[in-house]
Design a protein around this ligand. Structure first.
Ligand code: FES
Length: 57
C-alpha cells in the first residue's frame, strides 16, 4: 500500500528502511527515504509505521 503517493513510497519500503537503518525520529526516517517532501499528507501514517516498527524491534 502506498503511504506517500507523491513519491510512490509504500509501507513495505518504510518498514524495510526502519528495520535496516533504525531511524529514531521522523527527521532521520525522512533522510533515508523521500516521504513528506511534497504535500505532507503521508507524514502521520509514516510516523505510525515508524513507531510500530520500533515497538516490534
Ligand atoms: Fe507524501 Fe504527498 S503523499 S508528500
Amino acid at each position: 500500500m502506498y503511504v506517500c503517493l507523491c513519491n510512490a513510497v509504500t509501507d513495505k519500503v518504510i518498514r524495510k528502511v526502519v528495520q535496516q537503518h533504525q531511524p529514531q525520529t521522523m527527521k532521520e526516517l525522512r533522510q533515508l527515504c523521500p516521504i513528506g517532501t511534497d504535500c505532507g499528507k503521508c507524514i502521520r501514517q509514516a510516523r505510525e509505521i515508524l513507531v510500530e516498527e520500533q515497538d516490534n524491534a
